[in-house]
Structure formats: structure tokens, C-alpha cells
Design a protein around this ligand. Structure first.
Ligand SMILES: *[C@@H]1O[C@H](CO)[C@@H](O)[C@H](O)[C@H]1NC(C)=O
Ligand SMILES: *[C@@H]1O[C@H](CO)[C@@H](O)[C@H](O)[C@H]1NC(C)=O
Ligand SMILES: *[C@@H]1O[C@H](CO)[C@@H](O)[C@H](O)[C@H]1NC(C)=O
Ligand SMILES: *[C@@H]1O[C@H](CO)[C@@H](O)[C@H](O)[C@H]1NC(C)=O
Ligand SMILES: *[C@@H]1O[C@H](CO)[C@@H](O)[C@H](O)[C@H]1NC(C)=O
Ligand SMILES: *[C@@H]1O[C@H](CO)[C@@H](O)[C@H](O)[C@H]1NC(C)=O
Ligand SMILES: *[C@@H]1O[C@H](CO)[C@@H](O)[C@H](O)[C@H]1NC(C)=O
Length: 699
């Protein structure tokens, strides 16, 4: 307490004086976020020597045993997570180990729970049909490298020269899709007590966001708009003596968060959601404590399915909050918060069920094909969802439109957000500069680990921060193979806010004269989109430049077919089936970045957009933000309205009602169920278009 008091007086006398005075007016934020607003803390996570070594060995082995890298590294054979008893048992069950070849002594060792490395090696040498390197390769699922965690780390939190020590924290790796990037994300739980009002913290790398600001603006906005929501600021992070860079520091919906916000201690009614947990069009969630979809939740879904109108829904479901979130999703242009998918928690407070959203790094027009000038009805991915139908959500829904209006007045407007972005940019500049230096060798940057997958987002620079926080829209051409590509567009943050604001004001007839300088023809000049276009290209290595390896077996079972070719699965990864493996693997990965305003590039992009969107009328999935399938015909998902979906280039595509002329059909893969259990588990992709996902990341 004494220390807290000291810290807060210090903060008042130095740090906080710089912060914008009234952005959070009337908003109560947790002490940790109030104190670190425009006042950079240092978080030092301390592992024991054993743990620190295991942390680095984990990433070294994830690299060396990856199918694309395939290095022999004996340290991975003797890593602390390897249990030779289990490896041998797996070799036997997968029929790689012929036990009859073993000596009597070796046979006896097979079930020994203490099997040593030396004995294991001798068993493999005598009876295994595959080598040690193969056994440990992720082409197989014999040895699994566990995600790093340390339940007994410690943490020092330093602000204004004062340090708070937490002797016991649980540290783990955060995120899902983002785990393939160089800069990892971390989860922290204080084992006893809390740190300035929070027990659970998240450190986020913001790697997919060139501006580094989207999440912060998203959480700040949700705070000032009165949502029960996560809060955020920034922190510099060290692991032992290694500087890991700049991170977004935020909290998370957990039992403690419920207690802070609803005064309900030790709740067992908090649920985390992800479409991998079920197939409902409402919510797919498991209890956050028990990780199972319990009866209470199943009852909730049944009630949702029965409810005929808003009045009925309101009896057990917080409809007001739900509609408010839908309005929020619309203003920020969210495509990654579809109701029956992820980035969401659900909570039952004893009277009503309610939902909470988080993770805004792909909002404000980031990724896929954003369009600021779209109405709620034309933009929403959920118009055919039952909850939208029962509630009647559309451009003419009164409560929804009232919410959009009030959000425009209270937060989502350039008067509020443009100066906010400016002050954040000024504050963060030196930290982002340090975080993104050196420019060219990204693995030399703080916190960047050497990873097997090449990702262009690893290399965003300080210049990208400056440009993308303002008006520069990024167009990232991502090659799926040597010639085919998709384009991701990432709006300049200020541009998105101004353009969507203008559109909403006009579309929903809102009097936005309070921000007239930002309206069309106002004194604030928005540079043209063409003059602020940044184009990048991502070329992958691997088999035929797909970023994946070629299958070891040219006659492997075909799981899916797309424009690149036929795909199979090895271990936890997709592999491309090619008949002549030798000539197809390249290891070079090159990128080019061009900032240009020439007409030549504009033409290229227009052409590309046409190519990827097939520019035709019968492609119904375009309006849902997905292309139609070029050749895939296997149905992975059927929408309520009967439309069918398949997968191409690692993303969803809609199957045309009438096959297009270009379609080379009859490649329907018959799903014979004679495959191994491993492959069985990986065959069915999650019913969820994940951002930039590749097939290998579906489960
Ligand atoms: C970090 O942990 C190590 C081993 O537990 C210990 O020797 C060292 O003093 C700790 N350092 C800090 C800064 O807490
Ligand atoms: C290795 O696995 C076996 C079989 O599951 C188990 O009995 C044994 O305790 C494990 N050894 C270690 C060191 O965890
Ligand atoms: C297995 O190893 C453990 C710890 O190293 C030891 O306590 C135990 O006695 C060993 N068991 C056998 C059967 O050798
Ligand atoms: C919540 O759980 C903690 C730890 O089990 C316990 O100390 C505390 O008394 C509980 N609080 C309530 C209100 O039940
Ligand atoms: C909602 O549905 C219930 C049951 O079908 C019905 O009794 C009620 O009148 C409906 N309310 C409204 C406002 O339509
Ligand atoms: C990065 O590489 C490019 C092209 O190789 C070069 O022109 C540029 O000067 C390099 N930048 C830095 C900061 O080294
Ligand atoms: C894909 O597999 C089918 C048979 O399953 C074969 O006819 C076709 O030629 C293969 N395509 C490529 C590109 O290898």
C-alpha cells in the first residue's frame, strides 16, 4: 500500500501530466492502466536458468524439426520434454519399430518408465525403420514439442524508478495464429494477489498491425463507449536480461475481471468461445474453468434457438449489449468477431447471458478487402445468422442505428480520435523505432525469434508505423505459389476513421457538423488514396513457393485440391504432392516494398483485384468477403441458406451455384475412412475463416 501510494504520487507529479487530460473522462480504469497511460513501465520476467534454457530450446527445436528446415539437432533428441518410453511406444504403434529385431534385453526395456537416452538410441538403431532425425521431425507426430510455460517465474514491474516485485507468476505463450511470427506474445497470471488491480495480464506483440495502434484505439474506444471491456496500455518487456521489445499491455476476461466489473467473486459462469468448440450459429463456447461445454451453456443455446422475438430473448440474454457490440463491430469494420466464432467471451450473471469482445488488431480496415463506404447491412457477415434475423438487425433497426449514432457522437469521430492518434504516435515513436530496428535483419530485432515460416508482417518498419497510422493503405500481395496470389489491404488508421465517419454521417443522416472540418470539403485534407498507396509482396520458399514442403510420398492421400495442386498431410502440416520433388523446392525468400504513385502500379492492382475476385455475377460469396472457388468442390461447410463452402489457398471460398466455365470439376475427393487417427483428427478444418490462416493452422 505504501508503495502504491508512493507510485501514484510520483505518477501524478511527473508522468501523467503529459497524458491527454480528458480522453478517459468519467471512465474508471484499473490502476495499472491509469498509471501506465503515457508513462512507460518496464516488465522484467525472470525465469530460472533451467526454464530460460528450455524457452530457447523450445524455439530452436520448433525450427530445426520443422519440415521446411529439417536440421539434425541432437539437443532436440535430449530435450526435457522428451519421454523415451512414450516415443518407443508410439514407434511400435505406428509400426516403425519391429520389436522382433530387438535383443531380449532391449525388448525388456520397451515398457521401462525410466528408459534412458542411450538405451533408446540402441533400440532405434536396432529395430527402427526411420532415423532419429525422422523420429523427431514434425513430419511425424511421434514427438510433440509442448508450448513453453513456466508456472514459477517471477516478475518485476518498474514505473517511474519504483519496482513492484511479484515472486510467483505463471507465464505462458499467448495467441493462436500469431504463434508462427517471430515476436511471440505472452500471458501472465499473478499466482497470489494482483499487480495494481489486475491478476491476469496479456503482452501482445501487435505484429500484424503496421501502425501498432489498432488494438490500443480499439480498447480505448470500447472503454469510452461504456462497454464492459478489456483495457490496454503499453510496456517494455525483458525476459531475464534479454530486451524483448515494446508490447501492448492489457487485461483479459477472466474470473478476476468479472469480480472487478460485476462484483461476483469466483464465478464459474464465464465461457470462452471459438468455432472449434461446436457448430452452433449462435455461440460456441466452453466453460473457462472446466474447458467443457457444460449443461448451463447448452441450455442457453437451446433457449436462443427457441426464442421468437426480441422480448423473449431479452428475458435471458443481454440484447442491448449484444446490439451495441454489433454497432461497434460495424464502425470499426470488424470481420474477426463473427458471433459463433472467436475473440469473444460469454458470461452468465445469474439473470442474463452477455457477450464480451476483444482482440481488435485486425479492425479499422485491416486485412482482406476492406471498404469504408459500406452500410451495416452490406458489410455484416451475419445477415443470415438466426440471431440477426430474430432481432431484425439491419440498416433500419432503430436501436442499432441509435447505437451507431451515439458511438459517432461519443467516441468514433475524428475530433476525438485524430488528436488521440497524434499523441499516441508522439509518445510511442522512440519505442517503436527501437522495437523495429534493425530494419532489414528482423531476427536481430528485440524479441524476434528465428522461425520456420516466412511472414512479411515480421518486417514492418518505423516508416510503416508512421504511414499506416495516418493515411497510407497497404496492399500486401501474398503469393500462394509461384504465380497465384491474394491481396490483403490494410487501411491507414486515420483514413479509415475519417472515411467511415463520413460515410456513416451521410448514410444514417447524422448531423456531424460538430466535426465539419473532417467532413467532405472541410478544412482537413485527406490525401488521395492513390498518392498514399504502399505495395508489398510476399514470396514464400518451400515446395513450389507455397511455404510448405513437398510430400515425402508422391502417392500420398489427397486431402484437398486447390489451384496450386493436390495437398496431403504429414504430421501437423500440409504438404504439396508433386511427382518430381527434386526440382521444386526453393529456399530463398525475397520481399520487395514499393511506395509508389505511378499509374502502372495502379493498373496492376486493379487487374489483380479482378483476378482474385473473378469479377462475375454468380459469385455469391464475394459479398461475404470471400472469393468463389476456382477448382475446389469438396464441401466443408454449408451455410443456413444452403450455400456451400470449400477451401482454397488456405482460406474459405464459396462454391458457385452453377459451376463456372473455368472450373475443372470431378476432383471431388472421396472421404474414405481408412486413414490413421492422426490424419483423421486433422482432416476436418475448423468452420472458421481465420485471418491469413494456412491449412496447417486449423486445429
Ligand atoms: C532471476 O532468477 C535467478 C534464478 O532464479 C536469480 O538468481 C536472479 O537473482 C533473478 N534475477 C532477478 C533480477 O530477479
Ligand atoms: C514417461 O511416460 C511413461 C508412460 O506414460 C510414464 O509412466 C513415465 O512416468 C514418464 N516419465 C517421465 C519422466 O515423465
Ligand atoms: C526412475 O527414475 C526415478 C527418478 O530418476 C527414480 O526415483 C526411480 O527409482 C527410477 N525407477 C526405476 C524403476 O529405475
Ligand atoms: C474465492 O476463492 C478464493 C480462493 O479459493 C477464496 O479465498 C475466496 O474466499 C473466495 N471468495 C468468495 C467470495 O467465495
Ligand atoms: C414474442 O413471442 C411470444 C411467443 O411467441 C409472444 O407471446 C409475444 O407476443 C411476442 N412479442 C412480440 C413483441 O412480438
Ligand atoms: C535494407 O536493405 C535495402 C535493400 O537491400 C537497402 O537499400 C537499405 O539501405 C537497407 N536498410 C538498412 C537500414 O540497412
Ligand atoms: C491431383 O490428383 C488427381 C487425382 O487424385 C490427379 O488426376 C491430378 O492430376 C492431380 N493434380 C496435380 C496438379 O497433381
Amino acid at each position: 500500500m505504501k508503495l502504491n501510494y508512493l507510485l501514484s504520487t510520483l505518477a501524478v507529479s511527473f508522468g501523467l501530466a503529459k497524458a491527454s487530460t480528458d480522453f478517459f473522462k468519467n471512465v474508471k480504469r484499473a490502476e495499472i492502466f491509469e498509471k501506465t497511460e503515457f508513462n512507460m513501465p518496464t516488465i522484467r520476467i525472470n525465469f530460472s536458468e533451467e526454464s530460460y534454457n528450455r524457452f530457447h530450446l523450445t524455439y530452436k527445436c520448433l525450427y530445426d524439426t520443422h519440415p521446411l528446415i529439417d536440421n539434425e539437432n541432437e539437443d532436440c533428441f535430449t530435450a526435457p520434454w522428451v519421454n523415451y518410453t512414450e516415443v518407443v511406444s508410439s514407434l511400435v504403434s505406428k509400426q516403425y519399430l519391429t520389436t522382433t529385431k530387438l535383443s531380449e534385453k532391449q525388448k525388456k526395456l520397451i515398457g521401462d518408465p525410466n528408459l534412458s537416452y542411450d538405451n533408446f538410441k540402441s533400440i532405434v538403431a536396432t529395430g527402427s525403420s526411420i532415423s532419429l532425425k525422422e523420429i523427431f521431425s514434425q513430419k511425424h507426430t511421434i514427438v510433440n514439442i509442448p508450448s513453453f510455460e513456466d508456472k514459477k517465474a517471477s516478475l518485476d514491474f518498474t514505473l517511474n524508478g519504483e519496482t513492484i516485485k511479484k515472486d510467483s507468476i505463471k507465464f505462458s505463450i499467448g495467441g493462436k495464429y500469431t504463434q508462427i511470427f517471430e515476436k511471440q506474445q505472452f500471458n501472465i497470471k499473478i499466482n497470489k494477489g494482483e499487480l495494481l488491480g489486475r491478476q491476469q495480464l496479456r503482452l501482445r506483440s501487435e505484429v500484424v498491425d503496421p501502425s501498432f495502434l489498432r488494438s490500443k484505439i480499439g480498447y480505448d474506444l470500447s472503454n469510452i463507449l461504456g462497454f464492459p471491456s478489456v483495457q490496454a496500455s503499453y510496456a517494455l518487456v525483458y525476459i531475464n536480461d534479454d530486451y524483448m521489445g515494446l508490447y501492448l499491455l492489457r487485461d483479459i476476461y477472466k474470473t478476476q475481471w468479472i469480480e472487478y466489473n460485476y462484483g461476483i467473486a469466483n464465478t464459474t459462469s464465464l465461457y470462452k468461445c471459438d468455432s472449434k468448440y461446436g457448430t452452433s450459429y449462435y455461440f460456441n463456447c466452453v466453460n473457462d474453468d472446466t474447458e467443457v461445454m457444460d449443461d448451463a451453456f447448452k441450455e442457453f443455446i437451446k433457449k436462443l434457438e427457441k426464442a421468437k422475438n426480441t422480448t423473449e430473448l431479452s428475458k435471458f440474454f443481454d440484447v442491448d449489449l449484444y446490439i451495441k457490440w454489433q454497432a461497434f463491430k460495424y464502425i470499426v469494420g470488424s470481420w474477426d468477431h463473427v458471433t459463433n466464432m472467436h475473440n469473444q467471451y460469454v458470461f452468465y450473471n445469474g439473470k442474463k447471458w452477455m457477450n464480451f469482445l476483444y482482440d481488435f488488431d485486425s479492425d479499422f480496415g485491416a486485412y482482406k478487402t476492406p471498404n469504408s463506404a459500406q452500410s451495416f447491412t452490406s458489410e455484416s457477415l451475419e445477415m443470415s445468422y438466426p440471431l440477426y434475423k430474430v432481432l431484425g438487425l439491419s440498416n433500419t433497426h432503430q436501436t442499432l442505428v441509435a447505437n451507431i449514432k451515439s458511438m459517432v457522437f461519443n467516441g468514433f469521430n475524428p475530433v476525438k480520435l485524430i488528436p488521440r492518434i497524434d499523441e499516441l504516435m508522439e509518445y510511442l515513436y522512440p519505442y517503436i523505432l527501437e522495437d523495429r530496428t534493425p530494419e532489414n535483419e528482423t531476427t536481430q530485432r528485440p524479441g524476434h525469434l528465428v522461425r520456420p515460416d516466412f511472414k512479411i508482417e515480421n518486417g514492418f518498419t518505423i516508416d510503416d508505423h508512421l504511414k499506416n497510422a495516418e493515411f497510407h493503405n497497404y496492399f500486401i500481395k501474398k503469393y500462394e505459389n509461384t504465380k497465384d496470389y491474394t491481396i490483403d489491404e490494410i487501411y491507414g488508421l486515420k483514413r479509415w476513421i475519417i472515411e467511415r465517419f463520413r460515410y456513416i454521417c451521410s448514410k444514417y443522416s447524422i448531423d456531424c457538423s460538430f466535426a465539419k472540418e473532417y467532413l467532405e470539403g472541410g478544412s482537413y485534407v485527406l490525401p488521395s488514396k492513390d498518392s498514399t498507396k504502399v505495395e508489398m509482396e510476399q514470396h514464400l520458399g518451400g515446395c513450389m513457393n507455397t511455404g510448405y514442403s513437398c510430400c515425402s510420398n508422391p502417392n500420398a492421400y489427397v486431402y484437398t485440391t486447390d489451384i496450386t495442386g493436390n495437398w496431403s498431410i504429414e504430421g501437423n502440416y500440409w504438404c504439396l504432392i508433386v511427382k518430381d520433388v527434386k526440382t521444386t523446392t526453393t529456399t530463398t525468400t525475397t520481399t520487395t516494398t514499393t511506395t509508389t504513385t505511378t499509374t502502372t502500379t495502379t493498373t496492376t492492382t486493379t487487374k489483380a483485384a479482378e483476378t482474385t475476385s473473378a469479377a462475375d455475377d454468380d459469385c455469391w460469396s464475394l459479398e461475404r468477403g470471400y472469393p468463389c472457388c476456382v477448382s475446389a468442390t469438396k464441401v466443408y461447410y454449408t451455410s443456413q441458406n444452403g450455400k456451400t463452402w470449400s477451401v482454397e489457398n488456405g482460406d474459405w471460398c464459396g462454391i458457385r451455384d452453377t459451376p463456372a466455365t473455368t472450373t475443372t470439376t470431378t476432383t471431388t475427393t472421396t472421404t474414405t475412412t481408412t486413414t490413421t487417427t492422426q490424419a483423421e483428427a486433422t482432416k476436418q478444418p475448423a468452420k472458421e475463416p481465420q485471418q491469413n490462416h494456412k491449412p496447417g493452422k486449423w486445429w
